[in-house]
Design a protein. Structure first.
Length: 94
């Protein structure tokens, strides 16, 4: 129930900030859509579905990447070498 309350608060805050409506983000689009304007519960359901579906997609992609790297250590080493060259060494002071 707490997640629904947070989403509800975000919706209420955005409604009060009329200047924010029309920014082109998902919530602004939904606030301007007559399908959602009369029923906050439907909007909350849709926002939570999109949010949790996105997190599952990211988790699955990360899991598949790790599995692939475990099966192919040469790719893992190539990634580690590139990270070391482009990120670690330029900022390393020792």
């Amino acid at each position: 129930m707490a997640v629904r309350n947070v989403v509800r608060q975000v919706i209420d805050t955005r409604r009060k900030q009329q200047t924010e409506i029309g920014r082109g983000d998902l919530l602004s689009i939904m606030l301007g859509d007559p399908m959602f304007s009369e029923n906050d519960e439907v909007m909350i359901d849709e926002l939570l579905t999109i949010f949790f579906a996105g997190s599952q997609t990211t988790a699955n992609a990360t899991q598949n990447l790790i599995l692939h790297l475990l099966q192919h250590p040469e790719y893992e080493q190539a990634i580690l070498d590139e990270l070391d060259f482009k990120i670690v060494k330029p900022y390393c002071i020792f």
